[in-house]
Design a protein around this ligand. Structure first.
Ligand code: DAH
Length: 352
Protein backbone atom coordinates (compact mmCIF):
# COMPACT_ATOMS: atom_id res chain seq x y z
CA UNK A 1 0.00 0.00 0.00
CA UNK A 2 2.90 2.33 0.68
CA UNK A 3 4.17 1.84 -2.85
CA UNK A 4 0.65 2.41 -4.08
CA UNK A 5 0.59 5.77 -2.31
CA UNK A 6 3.95 6.72 -3.82
CA UNK A 7 2.57 5.87 -7.21
CA UNK A 8 -0.59 7.89 -6.67
CA UNK A 9 1.48 10.91 -5.75
CA UNK A 10 3.92 10.53 -8.65
CA UNK A 11 1.15 10.15 -11.23
CA UNK A 12 -0.87 13.05 -9.84
CA UNK A 13 2.10 15.40 -9.82
CA UNK A 14 3.11 14.41 -13.33
CA UNK A 15 -0.43 15.09 -14.56
CA UNK A 16 -0.47 18.44 -12.81
CA UNK A 17 2.62 19.54 -14.78
CA UNK A 18 0.72 19.31 -18.06
CA UNK A 19 -2.27 21.43 -16.94
CA UNK A 20 -2.61 24.98 -18.22
CA UNK A 21 -6.21 26.08 -17.67
CA UNK A 22 -8.68 26.38 -14.79
CA UNK A 23 -11.13 23.78 -16.16
CA UNK A 24 -8.49 21.06 -16.42
CA UNK A 25 -7.23 21.96 -12.97
CA UNK A 26 -10.69 21.42 -11.51
CA UNK A 27 -10.92 18.00 -13.20
CA UNK A 28 -7.50 17.17 -11.77
CA UNK A 29 -8.73 18.12 -8.30
CA UNK A 30 -11.79 15.88 -8.58
CA UNK A 31 -9.73 12.96 -9.95
CA UNK A 32 -6.97 13.17 -7.33
CA UNK A 33 -8.51 14.66 -4.21
CA UNK A 34 -12.25 14.10 -4.79
CA UNK A 35 -14.47 11.62 -2.95
CA UNK A 36 -13.88 8.73 -5.34
CA UNK A 37 -10.18 9.33 -6.00
CA UNK A 38 -7.69 6.45 -5.41
CA UNK A 39 -6.21 8.43 -2.50
CA UNK A 40 -9.55 8.75 -0.74
CA UNK A 41 -10.25 5.03 -1.23
CA UNK A 42 -7.06 4.31 0.71
CA UNK A 43 -8.42 6.39 3.59
CA UNK A 44 -11.61 4.31 3.35
CA UNK A 45 -9.63 1.07 3.62
CA UNK A 46 -7.64 2.15 6.70
CA UNK A 47 -10.21 0.68 9.09
CA UNK A 48 -9.75 -2.83 7.65
CA UNK A 49 -5.94 -2.87 8.00
CA UNK A 50 -4.04 -4.72 10.74
CA UNK A 51 -3.54 -2.54 13.79
CA UNK A 52 0.25 -2.08 13.36
CA UNK A 53 -0.02 -1.00 9.73
CA UNK A 54 -2.80 1.49 10.24
CA UNK A 55 -0.71 4.43 11.63
CA UNK A 56 2.05 3.95 9.08
CA UNK A 57 -0.28 3.94 6.09
CA UNK A 58 -2.44 6.67 7.61
CA UNK A 59 0.53 8.99 8.13
CA UNK A 60 1.78 8.46 4.60
CA UNK A 61 -1.70 8.96 3.11
CA UNK A 62 -2.00 12.26 4.99
CA UNK A 63 1.41 13.34 3.70
CA UNK A 64 0.37 12.61 0.13
CA UNK A 65 -2.89 14.49 0.63
CA UNK A 66 -1.03 17.50 2.07
CA UNK A 67 1.45 17.51 -0.81
CA UNK A 68 -1.27 17.35 -3.45
CA UNK A 69 -3.24 20.14 -1.77
CA UNK A 70 -0.19 22.39 -1.60
CA UNK A 71 0.64 21.79 -5.23
CA UNK A 72 -2.96 22.48 -6.17
CA UNK A 73 -2.83 25.83 -4.41
CA UNK A 74 0.47 26.72 -6.08
CA UNK A 75 -0.90 25.81 -9.48
CA UNK A 76 -4.09 27.85 -8.89
CA UNK A 77 -2.03 30.95 -8.13
CA UNK A 78 0.17 30.33 -11.14
CA UNK A 79 -2.83 30.03 -13.46
CA UNK A 80 -4.43 33.18 -11.99
CA UNK A 81 -1.26 35.14 -12.62
CA UNK A 82 -1.11 33.89 -16.21
CA UNK A 83 -4.77 34.78 -16.69
CA UNK A 84 -4.18 38.32 -15.41
CA UNK A 85 -1.19 38.70 -17.68
CA UNK A 86 -3.28 37.65 -20.69
CA UNK A 87 -6.06 40.09 -19.77
CA UNK A 88 -3.58 42.93 -19.49
CA UNK A 89 -2.11 42.05 -22.86
CA UNK A 90 -5.38 41.66 -24.75
CA UNK A 91 -7.65 44.32 -23.23
CA UNK A 92 -7.17 47.97 -24.06
CA UNK A 93 -8.19 51.08 -22.16
CA UNK A 94 -10.09 53.49 -24.38
CA UNK A 95 -9.04 56.87 -23.04
CA UNK A 96 -11.37 58.62 -25.48
CA UNK A 97 -14.53 57.28 -23.77
CA UNK A 98 -16.64 60.04 -22.16
CA UNK A 99 -16.36 60.22 -18.33
CA UNK A 100 -19.13 59.17 -15.99
CA UNK A 101 -21.28 61.98 -14.68
CA UNK A 102 -20.40 63.04 -11.14
CA UNK A 103 -23.41 63.16 -8.84
CA UNK A 104 -23.19 66.12 -6.53
CA UNK A 105 -24.69 65.93 -3.06
CA UNK A 106 -26.45 68.90 -1.56
CA UNK A 107 -27.72 70.15 1.73
CA UNK A 108 -31.03 68.87 3.00
CA UNK A 109 -33.73 71.55 2.65
CA UNK A 110 -34.15 71.75 6.43
CA UNK A 111 -30.39 72.12 6.86
CA UNK A 112 -30.50 74.99 4.38
CA UNK A 113 -33.22 76.70 6.42
CA UNK A 114 -31.37 76.03 9.68
CA UNK A 115 -28.17 77.58 8.33
CA UNK A 116 -30.03 80.63 7.17
CA UNK A 117 -31.60 80.94 10.62
CA UNK A 118 -28.18 80.64 12.31
CA UNK A 119 -26.94 83.41 10.05
CA UNK A 120 -29.83 85.74 10.83
CA UNK A 121 -29.65 85.16 14.57
CA UNK A 122 -25.87 85.45 14.55
CA UNK A 123 -26.25 88.92 13.09
CA UNK A 124 -28.50 89.74 16.04
CA UNK A 125 -25.91 88.44 18.51
CA UNK A 126 -27.35 85.00 19.27
CA UNK A 127 -24.89 82.16 19.76
CA UNK A 128 -25.71 78.52 19.05
CA UNK A 129 -26.04 76.35 22.16
CA UNK A 130 -26.34 72.60 21.67
CA UNK A 131 -28.31 70.57 24.15
CA UNK A 132 -28.99 66.85 24.51
CA UNK A 133 -31.57 64.69 22.69
CA UNK A 134 -32.13 62.35 25.64
CA UNK A 135 -33.71 64.19 28.53
CA UNK A 136 -35.16 63.52 31.92
CA UNK A 137 -38.78 64.21 32.76
CA UNK A 138 -37.44 66.82 35.16
CA UNK A 139 -35.77 68.91 32.46
CA UNK A 140 -38.27 68.24 29.69
CA UNK A 141 -41.29 69.09 31.86
CA UNK A 142 -40.94 69.74 35.58
CA UNK A 143 -38.38 72.55 35.53
CA UNK A 144 -40.29 74.18 32.67
CA UNK A 145 -43.28 74.58 34.95
CA UNK A 146 -45.47 71.92 33.37
CA UNK A 147 -48.14 70.96 35.88
CA UNK A 148 -47.97 67.24 36.83
CA UNK A 149 -50.92 66.17 34.71
CA UNK A 150 -50.31 68.31 31.65
CA UNK A 151 -51.53 66.39 28.57
CA UNK A 152 -48.11 66.60 26.87
CA UNK A 153 -46.71 64.32 29.57
CA UNK A 154 -49.06 61.47 28.82
CA UNK A 155 -47.45 58.30 27.56
CA UNK A 156 -48.94 58.72 24.10
CA UNK A 157 -47.05 61.96 23.46
CA UNK A 158 -43.52 61.10 24.52
CA UNK A 159 -41.01 58.39 23.71
CA UNK A 160 -39.91 57.08 27.10
CA UNK A 161 -36.66 55.17 27.41
CA UNK A 162 -36.56 52.01 29.45
CA UNK A 163 -33.88 51.69 32.09
CA UNK A 164 -33.05 52.67 35.61
CA UNK A 165 -34.01 56.10 36.76
CA UNK A 166 -35.08 57.94 39.86
CA UNK A 167 -38.71 57.56 40.70
CA UNK A 168 -40.97 59.98 38.78
CA UNK A 169 -38.06 61.09 36.62
CA UNK A 170 -37.99 58.77 33.60
CA UNK A 171 -35.71 59.26 30.63
CA UNK A 172 -37.29 60.30 27.36
CA UNK A 173 -36.45 61.75 23.97
CA UNK A 174 -36.92 65.49 24.21
CA UNK A 175 -40.32 66.53 22.94
CA UNK A 176 -39.13 70.11 22.37
CA UNK A 177 -35.88 72.08 22.58
CA UNK A 178 -37.09 74.08 25.60
CA UNK A 179 -35.29 71.89 28.22
CA UNK A 180 -32.06 73.30 26.75
CA UNK A 181 -33.11 76.64 28.29
CA UNK A 182 -32.63 75.17 31.76
CA UNK A 183 -29.29 73.54 30.89
CA UNK A 184 -28.04 76.81 29.41
CA UNK A 185 -29.25 79.02 32.27
CA UNK A 186 -27.75 76.65 34.85
CA UNK A 187 -24.44 76.57 33.03
CA UNK A 188 -24.28 80.36 32.64
CA UNK A 189 -25.47 81.13 36.17
CA UNK A 190 -23.12 78.63 37.81
CA UNK A 191 -20.19 80.61 36.39
CA UNK A 192 -21.17 83.52 38.65
CA UNK A 193 -24.14 82.70 40.92
CA UNK A 194 -24.17 86.14 42.60
CA UNK A 195 -24.38 88.08 39.36
CA UNK A 196 -25.13 85.70 36.47
CA UNK A 197 -24.18 86.91 32.99
CA UNK A 198 -26.79 87.79 30.34
CA UNK A 199 -27.74 85.12 27.78
CA UNK A 200 -28.53 85.39 24.08
CA UNK A 201 -28.64 81.98 22.43
CA UNK A 202 -30.50 79.80 19.97
CA UNK A 203 -30.82 76.07 20.61
CA UNK A 204 -31.40 74.00 17.46
CA UNK A 205 -32.07 70.29 17.48
CA UNK A 206 -34.19 67.27 16.71
CA UNK A 207 -37.32 66.68 18.79
CA UNK A 208 -39.40 63.53 19.10
CA UNK A 209 -43.07 62.91 19.76
CA UNK A 210 -45.19 59.81 19.77
CA UNK A 211 -47.54 61.18 17.14
CA UNK A 212 -50.06 59.80 14.78
CA UNK A 213 -48.01 60.59 11.67
CA UNK A 214 -49.83 62.61 9.04
CA UNK A 215 -49.20 65.31 6.46
CA UNK A 216 -48.86 67.80 9.33
CA UNK A 217 -47.27 65.76 12.13
CA UNK A 218 -44.07 63.75 12.17
CA UNK A 219 -42.65 61.78 15.07
CA UNK A 220 -39.35 63.58 14.63
CA UNK A 221 -38.74 67.15 13.58
CA UNK A 222 -36.35 69.98 14.26
CA UNK A 223 -36.90 73.05 16.40
CA UNK A 224 -34.91 76.19 16.97
CA UNK A 225 -35.37 77.51 20.47
CA UNK A 226 -34.35 81.05 21.35
CA UNK A 227 -33.50 82.44 24.76
CA UNK A 228 -32.49 85.91 25.88
CA UNK A 229 -32.05 86.66 29.60
CA UNK A 230 -30.84 89.95 31.05
CA UNK A 231 -31.62 92.84 33.34
CA UNK A 232 -33.94 94.98 31.24
CA UNK A 233 -35.44 92.69 28.66
CA UNK A 234 -39.07 93.46 27.78
CA UNK A 235 -41.82 92.11 25.60
CA UNK A 236 -41.04 94.79 23.02
CA UNK A 237 -37.54 93.31 22.65
CA UNK A 238 -39.22 90.01 21.87
CA UNK A 239 -41.55 91.63 19.33
CA UNK A 240 -38.74 93.53 17.68
CA UNK A 241 -36.46 90.49 17.45
CA UNK A 242 -39.11 88.18 15.99
CA UNK A 243 -40.66 90.73 13.61
CA UNK A 244 -37.17 91.42 12.28
CA UNK A 245 -36.45 87.70 11.98
CA UNK A 246 -39.66 87.22 9.97
CA UNK A 247 -38.69 90.03 7.60
CA UNK A 248 -35.24 88.62 7.08
CA UNK A 249 -36.41 85.10 6.36
CA UNK A 250 -39.70 85.75 4.51
CA UNK A 251 -39.07 89.12 2.87
CA UNK A 252 -38.77 92.69 4.08
CA UNK A 253 -42.40 93.63 3.56
CA UNK A 254 -43.85 90.79 5.58
CA UNK A 255 -46.07 91.81 8.50
CA UNK A 256 -46.12 89.93 11.81
CA UNK A 257 -48.99 89.49 14.24
CA UNK A 258 -48.68 88.52 17.90
CA UNK A 259 -51.64 86.54 19.28
CA UNK A 260 -52.09 85.80 22.97
CA UNK A 261 -51.53 82.13 23.74
CA UNK A 262 -50.42 79.87 26.56
CA UNK A 263 -47.27 77.90 27.34
CA UNK A 264 -46.39 76.75 30.86
CA UNK A 265 -42.85 78.11 30.66
CA UNK A 266 -43.67 81.64 29.47
CA UNK A 267 -45.89 84.41 30.85
CA UNK A 268 -47.28 86.17 28.96
CA UNK A 269 -47.18 83.86 25.96
CA UNK A 270 -47.92 84.51 22.31
CA UNK A 271 -48.09 82.82 18.96
CA UNK A 272 -46.74 84.70 15.98
CA UNK A 273 -48.33 84.76 12.55
CA UNK A 274 -47.03 86.35 9.38
CA UNK A 275 -49.25 87.82 6.74
CA UNK A 276 -49.76 85.13 4.08
CA UNK A 277 -47.16 85.79 1.38
CA UNK A 278 -49.06 83.70 -1.14
CA UNK A 279 -52.19 85.87 -1.25
CA UNK A 280 -50.88 88.99 0.51
CA UNK A 281 -53.41 88.56 3.31
CA UNK A 282 -56.50 88.28 1.11
CA UNK A 283 -57.16 84.63 1.98
CA UNK A 284 -56.19 81.54 -0.01
CA UNK A 285 -55.90 77.76 0.49
CA UNK A 286 -52.35 78.04 1.88
CA UNK A 287 -53.47 80.28 4.77
CA UNK A 288 -56.82 78.48 4.96
CA UNK A 289 -58.53 81.75 3.96
CA UNK A 290 -57.42 83.54 7.13
CA UNK A 291 -54.73 85.72 5.50
CA UNK A 292 -52.25 84.67 8.23
CA UNK A 293 -49.74 81.84 8.67
CA UNK A 294 -48.74 80.62 12.11
CA UNK A 295 -44.96 80.61 12.48
CA UNK A 296 -43.86 80.15 16.08
CA UNK A 297 -44.56 80.25 19.82
CA UNK A 298 -42.92 82.67 22.23
CA UNK A 299 -43.23 84.59 25.47
CA UNK A 300 -41.51 86.13 28.46
CA UNK A 301 -39.65 83.50 30.46
CA UNK A 302 -41.81 82.44 33.41
CA UNK A 303 -40.38 83.59 36.80
CA UNK A 304 -40.34 79.98 38.04
CA UNK A 305 -38.31 78.93 35.01
CA UNK A 306 -35.81 81.78 35.56
CA UNK A 307 -35.47 80.70 39.15
CA UNK A 308 -34.98 77.04 38.14
CA UNK A 309 -32.16 78.25 35.90
CA UNK A 310 -30.43 80.16 38.71
CA UNK A 311 -31.62 83.65 37.69
CA UNK A 312 -33.41 85.81 40.30
CA UNK A 313 -36.75 86.78 38.70
CA UNK A 314 -36.75 89.93 40.85
CA UNK A 315 -33.69 91.15 38.93
CA UNK A 316 -33.75 89.34 35.59
CA UNK A 317 -36.28 89.01 32.82
CA UNK A 318 -36.05 87.20 29.52
CA UNK A 319 -37.84 86.09 26.42
CA UNK A 320 -37.95 82.75 24.67
CA UNK A 321 -39.31 81.38 21.42
CA UNK A 322 -39.61 78.11 19.55
CA UNK A 323 -39.60 77.86 15.76
CA UNK A 324 -40.16 74.83 13.50
CA UNK A 325 -37.74 74.89 10.55
CA UNK A 326 -39.75 72.24 8.67
CA UNK A 327 -42.78 74.48 8.85
CA UNK A 328 -40.81 77.45 7.53
CA UNK A 329 -39.37 75.33 4.73
CA UNK A 330 -42.85 74.05 3.86
CA UNK A 331 -44.25 77.54 3.62
CA UNK A 332 -41.41 78.91 1.53
CA UNK A 333 -41.42 76.03 -0.95
CA UNK A 334 -45.17 75.24 -0.76
CA UNK A 335 -44.44 71.71 0.42
CA UNK A 336 -47.72 70.16 1.47
CA UNK A 337 -46.63 67.12 3.42
CA UNK A 338 -44.13 67.11 6.29
CA UNK A 339 -43.41 63.40 5.76
CA UNK A 340 -41.26 64.22 2.73
CA UNK A 341 -38.50 65.64 4.91
CA UNK A 342 -37.24 62.48 6.57
CA UNK A 343 -38.38 59.93 3.99
CA UNK A 344 -35.06 59.99 2.06
CA UNK A 345 -36.73 60.12 -1.33
CA UNK A 346 -34.35 61.54 -3.94
CA UNK A 347 -37.22 62.70 -6.10
CA UNK A 348 -38.01 65.15 -3.30
CA UNK A 349 -34.49 65.96 -2.13
CA UNK A 350 -33.12 66.58 -5.63
CA UNK A 351 -35.36 69.61 -5.97
CA UNK A 352 -33.47 71.73 -3.46
N1 DAH B 1 -41.70 74.31 23.29
C1 DAH B 1 -42.85 74.72 22.50
C2 DAH B 1 -43.34 73.53 21.68
O1 DAH B 1 -42.62 72.60 21.47
C3 DAH B 1 -42.47 75.84 21.58
C4 DAH B 1 -42.21 77.09 22.34
C5 DAH B 1 -43.25 77.94 22.61
C6 DAH B 1 -40.95 77.40 22.78
C7 DAH B 1 -43.02 79.12 23.32
C8 DAH B 1 -40.70 78.57 23.49
C9 DAH B 1 -41.77 79.44 23.74
O2 DAH B 1 -39.49 78.91 23.95
O3 DAH B 1 -41.53 80.59 24.44
O4 DAH B 1 -44.44 73.55 21.24
Amino acid sequence: MLENLDKIQAVALADLETIDDQGALESWRVANLGRSSPLMSIFDQLGGLPKEERPIIGRRANQVKGTLENKLEEKTEQLNAIQLQRTLETERLDVTLPGRKVVYGRLHPVTQTLRQMYQIFAEMGFQVYLSRDVETDEYNFQLLNFPPHHPAREMQDSFYIEGEYEQDNPLLLRTHTSPGQIHAMREYSSSNPQDPPPIRIILPGMCYRYEQISARYESQFTQVEGLAVGKNITFSDLKGTLSDFNKRIFGKNVRSRFRASHFPFTEPSAEVDIECFVCGGLGCPVCKRTGWLEILGCGMVHPTVLENGGYDPGIYTGFAFGIGPERITMLRHRIEDIRYFWANDFRFLDQF
